[in-house]
Ligand binder design. Sequence first.
Ligand code: NAD
Ligand code: ZN
Length: 253
Amino acid sequence: MSDELIIRAARDIAQAKKVVALTGAGMSVESGIAPFRGKGGIWEKYDPIEYAYIDTMRTNPGKCWILLSEMQKEILKASPNPGHLSLAELEKLGFLSSIITQNVDGLHHEAGNNNVIEFHGNHRVGYCMECGNRIKAEEISLETLPPHCDCGGVLRPDVVFFGEAIPHDALTRSNEDARSCNVMLVVGTSAEVQPAASLPGVARSSGATVIEINIEATSFTGHTSTYFIKGKSGEILPKIVDTLKNESANLTT
Ligand code: NAD
Ligand code: ZN
């Protein structure tokens, strides 16, 4: 990783009127939550079309819950890592306007960010597919799958399955933020899940600087991204925040 790129990112953030972050599963890998794709990814074990598709949830929820129960256990054990804490500090310092996250683990809120758009919902809450009763994930027993509500209906997490629409409000606000920001930080996302993957393109074509942070290049790299910082989000983001704090006088010119 190059120190020059860290300074460049800190300078771009310091000089921008509006900075937003788009985060993906890579952001939470250092908190112990497996990503979907890549090495150690959930999809090495489960085919998404079978296990995370809304039609399967309706016809064979026990199958979906094999994947969902693994995710639920990991999420309930996890806490924010230095990458999450750095984005919370960026917001507190007045540099970060919002986070659009594809993650369903709630770790940005837990780290202290207030303006978080949860594009794919939140796995820390579930609800009954019959009566709509809402329930905290820690109260959902995973002893027999699928878990049931007291009314006999099947419980599901409050996340967006493949085949389901993105909540209208999240989609509208995300597009608005992508269009109006001067800098978009794109952190730990493989750029493969639509429509979230279109947001960096919206930002770039509206004139924003798109700074990509990932352990490996993606289809954004060299095209949609203005520049790419290779490395773990839990290592790069703290360095950018430290530079912003220590060099603030030198970054605005
Ligand atoms: P993805 O799993 O498709 O890709 C993860 C990306 O993170 C990859 O590009 C990988 O190179 C990168 N990465 C891995 N470790 C990293 C690190 N330490 N620092 C920086 N980058 C790192 O993730 P996605 O693009 O977010 O899309 C998958 C979908 O899966 C999302 O829509 C989300 O809903 C869901 N998901 C969420 C969680 C979670 O909430 N933590 C976990 C798994 C999947
Ligand atoms: Zn019910």
